[in-house]
Design a protein around this ligand. Sequence first.
Ligand code: ATP
Ligand code: MG
Length: 593
Amino acid sequence: MQQTTSSHWAPITKPRDVREQSNLTDYARACRAFDWGAARAELSGLPGGGLNIAYEAVDRHVAAGRGEVTALRWIDRHDQVTDISYADLAERTNRFANLLRTLGVGRGERVFTLLGRVPELYVAVLGTLKAGCVLAPLFSAFGPEPIRQRMRLGGAAVLVTTPALYWKKIAPIKDDLPGLRHVLLVNPDPLPGEATLAEQLAGSSPDFTVEPTSPQDMALLHFTSGTTGQPKAAVHVHEAVVAHHSTAKHALDLRAGDVFWCTADPGWVTGMSYGIIAPLTIGATVVSDEGEFDTRRWYRVLSEQKVTVWYTAPTALRMLMRHSADIAGEYDLSALRYVASVGEPLNPEAVIWGRDVLGLPVHDNWWQTETGAIMISNFRAEEVRPGSMGRPLPGVTAAVLRRGPDGRAQITHGKVREVAEPGEVGELALRPGWPSMFRGYLDEPARYAACFADGWYLTGDLARRDADGYYWFVGRADDVIKSAGHLVGPFEVESALMAHPAVAEAGVIGKPDPVAGELVKAFVSLRPGFEPTEQLRGELLAFGRRALGAVAPKEIAFDDALPHTRSGKVMRRLLKARELGTPEGDLSTLESA
Ligand code: ATP
Ligand code: MG
């Protein structure tokens, strides 16, 4: 296998003054000093005992006299800005928790949200947790069928949504949701004869004693992105907040007083863990933009809100990169101190772009719905290795396990083996024990049990570790391509193609081939100003060959609308199904669905 991604790009070492200014500790020191007990002790716990995510995110700050700090800065789609303080958020979430009580919604019952980024979303999420109920977020762009599927699977008792979404998406499936007892409507335009959420909240008491949840009580239900198939419902407990808090400090360099913007949709685990919970536990100000992606809008938010820490995704960065650096140059981004990315492999090109255009390298980090929090990252203080997802965070033990014939970790008599050599590809595995580890797939114990072997959690992703302990993503075990005896992950090919100035984004699959087994086929979208000509195709094929040798793409198709999941991942399985003419499978999380 070629080592292009690990050798091609020079590491970005941060200048000394940056380290000193931000008073950062070094990776080894942070790992040595770390234990989860001490991380837990940084949170307060409930006054009467127990642990509750919402208390740590909101009430703790009010109790400590920080109630006047802005918790949420909401920018609506017309650019109106509304600030909500921690004290205000505490009161609103108390009212929501009281409303659930009044409606007879008991501890452990499931409350679903189907909302865009509006303040009521934050109130519903945190109010639900205060009441000891379980919160399950949905993407507001889901159609009726994926909503029905997930609400049935999760046993929804309450849904918080808008009248418009209700009529479009819930009314057609309502009869199929017998367990759904209450629909709370956010908007001045309720169903005939029903109160709005605002009226219901106004009529509820602003005082509430947080339900004494234990660290092991179920708190959140998250559906995975469905990149590889049918989505699963991962169960998370209140103790997860310890990991949200700790990883936000280590992987995002987040501190009290920061202005933090996480662009992930609140229907996805990132939008919940790092779009709501983690920054609030830290005492930061969370910027929430109701508007859609737009290059200028995003630069404007970064500049006008003086965002200091920005957490986004490769697909968003690639969209910004499509346009020349000149646009960025029109905005004052000097407040920005730290940029991180998650969800998909971050092409080295994007890390370099960050350094050149934003003045900061982008810190890639890796985690999953199942892990509940960031596990591996380019550590805040240290060099960033473009193309690498970084090293395990303090408190996280990772390994690369030797693969068997099915491409997953080989289990022999119940035992696994770590790979011996740096650079060797194997399945990425983690030692369970961190607080945000999922506690099950709802109602699927066998599927959950199959994720573990010999004391390891098997991630289903392939990676290699270099001699310095940095991890390099290769691909999902299902996606890896075997071509003429060579093994290659789509990411490596995509990143190599993205180094060409014409390429904005690429999706790579293995296409069955009688001679090679599989051949590498790339679908490529172009930057503005480039035309999909035969000449360009030839040039890209040659460019790929020079960078990748034997595993270069043999076929290139131009495709201006690569399919993405709602969480922003290229859906390679769909590219492959379309190529082969096989069934397209579960498309509920497809962006345009
Ligand atoms: P499903 O499990 O339903 O197929 P999914 O795995 O995409 O969907 P998520 O939990 O949202 O659902 O995504 C986690 C996966 O995303 C990881 O297992 C990995 O494949 C990919 N991923 C996340 N961050 C990174 C990263 N920094 N580099 C490479 N891949 C990443
Ligand atoms: Mg997954």
